[in-house]
Design a protein. Structure first.
Lengths: 240, 779
């Protein structure tokens, strides 16, 4: 019986105790889809609601994995996650000079950035004794920081401009809903373990976080990151 | 009161009583003497005796009838003493005497009558009676006693034996006819006297005929001959025997009955002849006739109106239209068209169903003598009719015809009735109210006249034209608070007219006045007084406001106009509300659930392009706004305009009613303007500023920065004049191009700019709207 199926005992003459515990470090890059409906305030004046956004997630993690059985492993991660999300919303207002009426369309772009420290625990299960496994984990996120910048530009009509004659401006005093300081989210993944040396393997996974919990405490704001993870594990003999 | 005064009054009273007592004693003495004188008459007439003719017991005229020459007739008289005293009849006056008729035709006619039994003196013992026989002798001496009627008076009575004064007596008139006819009648003339014409009952008289010579005398003819002209059908009706009768013996009497029923007025006469042959054996051709003349007079009472101071026809006096309660004197005259004198015994005015006051001033019966045929008599009376309408009453004259010896006068002849007819007229004023309370008027001066008017209907319930000669109003100060549109009025009977009374106060107080209608109506008084009352108060103050609102562009906002409960005194509202139309644009209103909800007569709300919203709300004149804090809800669409907010200002709010557009006061401090702010637009201060939508737009300006040539793409909304100027940084004009009039569409303008120095430039496009500015950089 081998853990994760790697046959690191090359011969009987060279007996090798297959390790059950591993420690590793990895990087995860995810494409993040955001959907929701949250208010955007400029200078404490409600301006619009963002509905949809997208961005990416960079995550560095330290992982511990323990093979309870040759086909089942449990693991835990500690990670740092950085989320960058761009939102865009068009607003069309009826505009009037008192005599003529027309419509003016404004587009507001917002770049949001959040940093989390997280831990996760989970398990994976080898599929058909192959190096593929499926797993799930529960991730707890602790908000470290968040920030956003926004701009607004006039899309139409051509003659429309701001009071200073420009057609684009920075929104200096903006307010967004407060993001939760702590959030728990489930995550599913499909992983492939590849042994690169005795007691050393790389886990690559395709993973998706399930947005069952809102990211803000007031408005609707959900993250749906789908990404790729690479983590290098090395055995830990102490737990064999 | 002093004792002296009391004693003097007592003496006066005693003198007065003493005088009356003496007068009373004298009166009693006179009555006693009168009684003593009258006592024998009472005694004689009732208790002393009886004397009467046996043939004519009820009559004092004793007709012996015909008596042939040389013959005599005897009539018996019954004499009876009814007392217990003994009396005696002497052959001398006063107890007995055959006396000369002063009107005798022949000399000493009385000598043909004499007493034959008993002999005088005749003792009339107590309760005794006797028969006195008086004989008439038709002496053969025709010279001294010719043929004809003989008359005498006979006095019979008895006296006391000791005293020859008459105790009881009676006078008779005796008459007998000395004739040489074998048959002759008791009467030569049957006089029917006065018989009313056309009576249904005939007057009947009997003619007694007696055979005075011998037995068995037969009549050979019975004949009636009318002597008077026969103007009508028969008026005399003789009843002859169907067979000529026979006087069987001497002294036998037969009777013939004759009736008379006149058909016209005047004397009618006829003659009856009974022919017979008195000596049929010796002188068979000798014929004698017993003749009697019939005479009657047909009479009629015919009293007609002959004159009246009003129109009259037949028995009716037509007074025409007369005023009620006015004394009216009627003078009339009657004329006697009948053939009998007329006397009135009583006259009276009778009326039914009418309240008529009447008084007869002069009666016909006041005439001293009867009204002879064709005579006239005047009568007059006064009447006063109290009620309006047609009237008829009667002047009834009671005739004395029933008391006179006129036979068969109809009952209708007892009264002569004249009718007086007419129509009592009177204008009768009636007004719909005796107190007119005007509604409270708000003192709108100087904005409006504070006037209220009402119509007073005046009815003429009478049947004469009502003339209101003066229509006056007695105002308190100030004068002319109440006025009318008419000063006089004439209203036809049973119709109405109206006057308009105007109440126009100039002060805020309660006013009263009296409206006087002076008319010819005689309903109690000729002046009708109507109270007028009205009050004027200062208009009530109210308030109006619009709150503060905010909303995002594109939305529809409902902005209510807030009012207070005093608007219930008004029925219309008008104002112009001003606001920034680049922010708010009126789209409609809601009045359901507001003070302006149905019923409503008109709601006009118009917005012009300058942002003036003219509002006019009008309820029906008789209704008022409801007590609701919201006058009306205005709906606006919100635009991102040229400012972040706008005031919503009342320019001249007015609450009015049917009397005045300023029915409520709105002090300035009670007007609160509204405020609207654009909401939910970020960076509103950057966006909300005046932007003129150009008729020409620069779609693109490239390249920018430019080096050699700049391309300008334009879009033109419509036909416009186009001119392009380029200025440098210092405001110097670098280039001017006038493109003249261009049509709508896209245009591309290329401008060589290679020769210009580097720096910032400004393109200005002039069109029919505001200029368009665009900067670019030359490098």
């Amino acid at each position: 019986m081998h853990s994760q199926g790697f046959d690191w005992e090359y011969s009987a003459r060279l007996p090798y105790k297959i390790p059950r515990a591993f420690i590793g470090a990895g990087y995860t890059f995810s494409y993040n889809n955001n959907f929701g409906d949250f208010s955007f305030f400029e200078n404490n004046v409600y301006s619009l609601n963002f509905k949809k956004g997208n961005g990416y997630v960079n995550q560095l993690n330290v992982s511990f994995q323990y093979w309870e059985k040759p086909i089942i492993a449990v693991f835990g991660n500690v990670f740092y996650r950085s989320l960058k999300t761009d939102f865009s919303q068009d607003m069309t207002y009826p505009r009037s000079n008192g005599a003529d009426n027309w419509f003016a369309t404004y587009r507001t772009n917002m770049n949001s950035s959040r940093d989390y420290l997280g831990i996760s625990i989970g398990g994976k299960y080898r599929i058909l004794n192959s190096y593929f496994s499926v797993g799930a984990q529960i991730t707890s996120l602790f908000l470290l920081s968040s920030s956003a910048i926004a701009t607004e530009e006039i899309l139409s009509p051509d003659f429309e401009h701001y009071i200073d004659g420009s057609t684009k401006r920075d929104i200096k005093y903006l307010q967004l809903p407060d993001f939760k300081n702590f959030n728990v989210l489930p995550e599913l993944f499909l992983a492939y373990d590849y042994s690169i040396a005795k007691g050393l393997f790389i886990q690559s996974s395709l993973r998706m976080q399930i947005p069952i919990f809102n990211s803000t405490s007031t408005d609707k704001f959900y993250d749906l990151p789908v990404g790729i993870e690479l983590t290098v594990f090395k055995n830990l003999n102490i737990l064999n | 009161m002093t004792d002296e005064k009391r004693s003097s009054i007592f003496i006066i009273k005693c003198k007065f009583y003493n005088f009356e007592l003496l007068y009373f004693v004298k009166l009693i003495k006179k009555l006693i003497i009168l009684f003593i004188f009258l006592l024998p008459s009472f005694l004689f007439s009732q208790d002393i005796g009886k004397i009467y003719s046996i043939s004519y017991p009820a009559d004092t005229v004793v007709n012996f009838g015909p008596c042939y020459v040389g013959d005599s007739l005897i009539e018996a008289f019954h004499i009876e003493n009814l007392t217990n005293n003994n009396f005696i009849i002497y052959e001398v006056i006063p107890t007995f005497g055959i006396l000369r008729d002063p009107n005798e035709t022949f000399v000493d006619e009385f000598r043909s009558f004499k007493n034959i039994s008993p002999r005088f003196p005749i003792n009339m013992a107590a309760k005794a009676n006797t028969t006195l026989l008086i004989q008439y002798n038709a002496y053969t001496d025709l010279f001294t006693y010719p043929l004809g009627w003989y008359h005498t008076f006979m006095q019979v009575g008895f006296s006391k034996i000791t005293d020859t004064s008459l105790v009881y007596g009676k006078m008779f008139f005796l008459k007998a006819k000395k004739t040489n006819k074998a048959i002759d009648g008791y009467e030569d003339l049957l006089n029917f006297d006065s018989v009313y014409i056309n009576s249904t009952v005939k007057e009947s008289l009997t003619w007694r005929v007696k055979s005075v010579l011998k037995d068995s005398v037969s009549l050979i003819d019975q004949k009636f001959t009318l002597l008077s002209p026969q103007l009508t059908t028969d008026e005399f009706f003789p009843h002859f025997y169907s067979i000529n009768p026979v006087f069987r013996y001497k002294g036998e009497s037969l009777t013939w009955q004759f009736e008379y029923a006149p058909l016209d007025m005047g004397v009618d006469s006829g003659r009856v002849e009974l022919a017979y042959k008195p000596f049929i054996d010796t002188y068979p051709d000798s014929i004698q006739k017993a003749i009697c003349k019939l005479q009657g007079v047909g009479v009629k009472q015919d009293i007609r109106l002959n004159y009246a101071n009003y129109d009259f026809r037949n028995d009716t006096i037509f007074l025409g239209n007369i005023q009620t309660n006015k004394l009216l004197k009627i003078n009339a005259q009657i004329k006697n068209y009948g053939n009998i004198p007329f006397n009135s015994t009583d006259e009276q005015i009778t009326k039914e169903y009418l309240n008529i006051s009447s008084q007869i001033l002069r009666k016909i019966k006041d005439n001293p003598s009867s009204i002879a045929q064709n005579g006239t008599a005047d009568f007059s009376f006064e009447i006063k009719i109290n009620n309006i309408g047609n009237f008829v009453f009667r002047y009834e004259i009671t005739s004395d015809i029933s008391q006179r010896n006129i036979k068969y006068a109809p009952a209708s002849a007892n009264k002569i009735v004249f009718y007086i007819v007419g129509k009592a007229i009177e204008p009768l004023i009636a007004v719909s109210s005796i107190l007119i309370q005007f509604p409270t008027i708000y003192q709108y001066l100087p904005y409006c006249e504070s006037i209220s008017d009402t119509t007073l209907y005046i009815h003429n319930l009478g049947n004469d034209t009502l003339h209101i000669s003066q229509i006056l109003i007695e105002n308190d100060m100030p004068k002319f608070t109440f006025t009318t549109d008419k000063t006089e009025l004439s209203i036809s009977p049973k119709s109405k007219d109206s006057i308009i009374i105007t109440f126009s106060p100039i002060l805020s107080k309660v006013f009263t006045a009296d409206l006087l209608l002076i008319s010819n109506s005689e309903n109690k008084i000729d002046t009708t007084k109507i109270g007028l009352m009205g009050s004027s108060v200062a208009p009530t103050a109210t308030s109006i406001s619009i709150g503060d609102y905010k909303s995002m562009p594109g939305s529809i906002i409902e902005i209510p106009i807030m009012v207070d409960s005093n608007i219930v005194y008004s029925s219309n509202f008008s104002d112009t509300i001003y606001y920034n139309r680049s922010i708010l644009q009126y789209v409609g209103y809601k009045n359901q659930g507001t003070a302006s909800q149905e019923p409503i007569e008109k709601i006009l709300i118009n917005e012009d392009s300058s942002g003036y919203l003219a509002i006019f709300i009008k309820k029906p004149p008789t209704s008022r706004f409801y007590d609701n804090k919201v006058l009306i809800k205005l709906q606006f669409k919100i635009y991102l305009g040229n400012a972040p907010s706008t005031l919503i200002s009342f320019l001249n709010p007015r609450f009015g009613n049917q009397y005045c557009d300023y029915a409520l006061r709105i002090p300035k401090e009670n007007i609160k303007n509204g405020y609207f702010e654009i909401d939910s637009v970020g960076g509103i201060n950057m966006k909300a500023y005046p932007i003129v939508k150009p008729a020409v737009q620069i779609k693109s300006l490239s390249p920018n920065p430019v080096k050699d040539k700049i391309d300008i793409q334009l879009w033109c909304e419509g036909t416009t004049n186009l001119k392009l100027d380029i200025y440098d940084y210092y405001g110097n004009i670098i280039l001017q191009n006038d493109y003249g009039k261009i049509e709508a569409g896209d245009y591309n303008i290329s401008q060589d700019f290679a020769m210009e120095p580097t720096g910032m430039y400004l393109i200005v496009l002039y069109s029919n709207s505001k200029p368009i500015y665009q900067r670019f950089i030359k490098y």
